[in-house]
Design a protein around this ligand. Sequence first.
Ligand SMILES: NC(=O)c1ccc[n+]([C@@H]2O[C@H](COP(=O)([O-])OP(=O)(O)OC[C@H]3O[C@@H](n4cnc5c(N)ncnc54)[C@H](OP(=O)(O)O)[C@@H]3O)[C@@H](O)[C@H]2O)c1
Length: 197
Amino acid sequence: MRILVIGAGGLVGKAAAAALGMRHEVIEASRSGAVAVDLADPETIPPMFESVGAVDAIVSCTGTVPFKPLAELSLGDFRSGFEDKVLGQVALVQLGVDYVRDGGSFTLTSGILAREPILTGAAASLTNGALESFVMAAAAELPRGLRINAVSPTVLEDATGYHDYFPGFSRVSSESLGQAYVKSVEGVQTGQTYAVD
Ligand SMILES: NC(=O)c1ccc[n+]([C@@H]2O[C@H](COP(=O)([O-])OP(=O)(O)OC[C@H]3O[C@@H](n4cnc5c(N)ncnc54)[C@H](OP(=O)(O)O)[C@@H]3O)[C@@H](O)[C@H]2O)c1
């Protein structure tokens, strides 16, 4: 398969790209990558697809959300997280449909905060929950046998900077996380959220 991975240079994206790259061609894209795209700026998405051409799968491992105590989270903070992580990935799906071959797939990235809270995580929980609901609903309307799933990881073993914010949470290895992306891309399910924890 030919697979476009957005955010392949990040902690999650590296895990996805390494696992998928064992059997498939992986094309990496990000704001600073050779294939450039900024999901927070949807106007950059069509030029990316024009340069990459048709693919069998699109995997997104991006999304920046503010972490602050609830009392300090402004509506602007919620909005920025929603626009970056949710609408960025939604735009990727809507603009990407015509570039994914029949029977292909989208895999988005949400996170454990959709189902378990941490202090300072309200905006992240909101975005992750919204993405997982979007995936459930979009699956019913995608044409040509296209599938869509979300991967929803707990904190990575390698994400040491986050560990103090996730006390007592299980941590996942990059190898285990990568397999969730393989399951989504090579499997048959759609509308699913694959919890990895
Ligand atoms: N790390 C974890 O333990 C963990 C756990 C659960 C969920 N998640 C979720 O997984 C996602 C990725 O997290 P991460 O820890 O891997 O982040 P990261 O290490 O900061 O990597 C983010 C990657 O995405 C690219 N990127 C960022 N913003 C982008 C944009 N607007 N458009 C295109 N590419 C963009 C970055 O490259 P450029 O700078 O070149 O754009 C980078 O390659 C986030 O949604 C996060 O909430 C992470």
